[in-house]
Design a protein around this ligand. Sequence first.
Ligand code: ZN
Length: 134
Amino acid sequence: MGWGEYLSRAISPTNKRKVTMLIQNECCNFISGDCIAADVQCPQIKRLKPANEKPEKFALICGWFVNSVLPLDKDLWTGLIDPQNLAKCKQCGTKFAGGSNSAKYCASCASRERKKQQREFAQKKRFTASTNRG
Ligand SMILES: [Zn+2]
C-alpha cells in the first residue's frame, strides 16, 4: 500500500496521544520506534511529533495504520476519519479509507484480488502459448 494523505483534519492533543499509543500497542510493524515494514522511524508517529505544526496540517499518512490498526479503536476512527474520504469496497462493501480515487477494494480484498489477477494472467499466458503452437 502506498503512502498518501488520508485526511488533513484537525486533531486534539488527546487524540494525538491515542494515535501514538495505538501504534505502540497494536501495530505489528512497530518495533521500538521503527517501522519494520518501511525500515525507517515510524513515519506516522514522526508526523505527529512537531508541536509547532498547525493542527489542521495533521495527516494520517500510513495506509497500514489507517486500514488495519485504527479500526481497532472505533471512537478514534470516527474522530479522525472524514466520512467523505471513505470508499466502499467493491467486493465486500466494507467502508475503508481509500487514500486515492483508484482504490476499489479494502485491504483484505485488495490482496485477494491481486492474487486472483496474477493467477488469471498466468492461465491466459498458458492458453495463448498452447493455441499459438500449431
Ligand atoms: Zn473488501
